[in-house]
Ligand binder design. Structure first.
Ligand SMILES: [Zn+2]
Ligand SMILES: [Zn+2]
Length: 455
């Protein structure tokens, strides 16, 4: 079947054809089993997508643009809209994207219920924003145990939840920084094929680091979130925000003698907010619900599902709000020294990216851009030129290899289909990149006839 370069790859896995009766169901993508479903160690959808891309030896970008996104939205709408689906940060959240991706991936892999790797099933009682942390977090001890037991190393849904800062199993704080190079990764950062468990920048194993002990409050929060993740797999019905509101009202009546302001104070929120949650008019965020569950001494999933049986708490304890809001102590910044360091790094060969430089001098990108806008622009331009050149060189090398492979195939009387090319090129590089294939094919349109990709 002819395919224009800007059309998504069509994969024929029509299971409805009569002659397929009695044969096993075929999936377009590898039927990769998600890890830990139904336990607090449940995998997150972002980890699942990363493992899927690695299993197919393709970049997340190709997997997202060519296969998942067209299946999720039924077309290539993102091409016109400029949307970059492979950079979505909240794949494990409650939003539309999490719902579309999980259902499309279930269809493509024939693995049912991938929704359980997200918070989608709790979407009726949670706002769409603010549930998922921006940065990547992990428990080194969990990964060390995965590896020691010969299990697949994978990212947990729990770690991505905004209020989780500790591992409920090990009672330690979650790590966010590579122990070797100091890199942090924001979810959705451009990483071609992230390998779960390894630093995206220096490739070092992230399981070998000592994590500080978490506070009692951090562990209690993590345990509540663990219970939520565990329940997600068998949550049959969409929870009702009004039922959740009723549980809150009953809790406040029993433990705070109906004093809404005292309840609000105990969880560090404004005194008018609980009224709105109780009526189901406004949805409370996940961090708020975790705190409410702790203060009212109920399980978080029971509270959210509206099924919690509330009992009177004799002396309700306020949650450690300071812990939650604790910010790093204001850092004394020696701007002159940083500017000097920035200037030196900006001239380094080969050029460094602005993100890299910002991380090395311990600032975030926004601060750098605001403080030294001109220098930041120069650094970005320099790095972009290097990236473009590297890309062009790599493509040239690959085209040359592809030319040689096509020549070999022609001499053997075989067509240069992607499948044949892939076999010949297997030792040199992975020929799965659709961009390489399309560009290379376009170059040869006027030359020897090539067979259209059919798989
Ligand atoms: Zn752990
Ligand atoms: Zn690193």
């Amino acid at each position: 079947m002819a395919r224009k370069p800007d059309q998504p790859m069509q994969v024929d896995c029509d299971n409805e054809r009569p002659w397929r009766e009695g044969l096993p169901v075929r999936s377009c993508l590898l039927s990769l089993a998600p890890m830990g479903v139904g336990t607090e160690q449940c995998e997150s959808l972002s980890s699942y997508v990363a493992r899927l891309a690695l299993a197919h030896r393709v970049s997340i970008r190709d997997l997202a643009t060519e296969i998942i996104w067209p299946a999720a939205v039924g077309g290539m709408a993102h091409v016109a809209s400029g949307c970059r689906p492979w950079r979505v940060r909240t794949l494990a959240g409650t939003g539309e994207c999490a719902a579309q991706w999980s259902s499309a991936l279930s269809e493509l892999t024939k693995v049912p219920g991938l929704e359980a790797l997200t918070l989608v099933r709790w979407g009726s009682v949670l706002p769409t924003k603010g549930q998922i942390a921006d940065e990547d977090r992990w428990c080194p001890a969990c990964w060390t145990e995965d590896r020691a037991a010969g299990r697949t190393v994978y990212g947990r849904l729990l770690w991505e939840l905004h209020p989780a800062t500790a591992c409920p199993t090990h009672g330690t704080q979650l790590a966010t920084v590579c122990p070797s190079c100091g890199a942090k990764r924001e979810r959705g950062d451009k990483v071609v094929v992230p390998v779960v468990g390894y630093c995206h920048r220096c490739d070092c194993w992230l399981g070998d680091q000592e994590s500080p002990q978490a506070s009692a409050d951090q562990v209690r929060r993590a345990q509540q979130l663990g219970a939520l993740v565990r329940r997600t797999a068998d949550l049959a019905e969409r929870p009702d925000p009004v039922a959740l509101g009723a549980v809150l009202r009953e809790g406040v009546r029993l433990s705070f003698d109906g004093n809404v302001a005292a309840f609000a104070k105990s969880i560090g929120r404004s005194k008018t907010a609980p009224q709105e949650w109780m009526l189901g008019n406004i949805l409370a965020s996940l961090p708020t619900l975790v705190d409410a569950a702790l203060v009212l001494n109920v399980s978080l999933p029971d509270l959210m599902a509206g099924t919690a049986v509330v009992e009177r708490v004799g002396h309700p304890q306020s949650v450690d709000i300071d812990e939650r809001k604790k910010r790093k102590p204001a850092r004394q910044i020696d701007w002159a020294a940083l500017e000097k360091e920035f200037g030196e790094l900006a001239l380094q060969e080969p050029p460094l990216s602005l993100t890299d430089i910002a991380a090395r001098i311990g600032l975030d990108l926004r601060q750098v851009g605001k403080r030294w806008p001109d220098l930041a622009k120069q650094v970005s331009a320099r790095y972009r030129a290097l990236s473009d050149e590297t890309w062009r060189n790599r493509m040239e090398q690959r085209f040359a290899a592809a030319d040689r492979a096509a020549q070999l195939l022609m001499e053997a009387g075989l067509p240069a289909t992607p499948k044949n090319m892939k076999e010949v090129l297997a030792d040199e590089f992975c020929f799965a990149g659709s961009r390489l294939w399309t560009t290379w094919r376009e170059r040869h349109l006027s030359g020897a006839p090539l067979v259209e990709p059919t798989t």
